[in-house]
Design a protein. Structure first.
Length: 119
């Protein structure tokens, strides 16, 4: 095998490995919540993944800082909740999950996502 083919093969494999690691091996930062938590809505949801206990009412406070019309609404479809988020105002949503699992939430256009993990 010629040296240039070896270099191409090596860097191709290294590039594929990096791509796999960067996009697929990324761990989500999970914030554990007991009673209430604050989520900032700015270019997405910060934090985007929260963990809450089963059968306990938890308050999730959303504060929208992003003027994008996409983020003016939050949808928790598994809990049948859809709320308008006015700019720079706290909107509190109470959830009492009855089963464990992962429950996504999103903006009204389904472009930005977050997740509630119930344990």
């Amino acid at each position: 095998m010629e040296i240039d083919k070896i270099f191409v093969a090596f860097f191709s494999l290294a590039g594929m490995g990096f791509t796999y690691w960067f996009f697929l091996m990324k761990k989500e930062d999970v914030v554990s919540v007991t009673d209430s938590t604050d989520i900032t809505v700015e270019g997405g949801y910060i934090p985007s993944v929260i963990s809450i206990p089963k059968r306990k009412t938890t308050k999730i406070n959303f504060t929208r800082r992003d003027p994008s019309s996409c983020l003016e609404e939050v949808v928790l479809s598994d809990f049948k909740i859809r709320k308008f988020l006015p700019m720079n105002q706290k909107v509190t949503i109470e959830v009492t999950p009855q089963k464990t699992g992962e429950f996504p939430f999103s903006c009204g256009m389904n472009m930005f996502h977050g997740k509630i993990i119930v344990r």
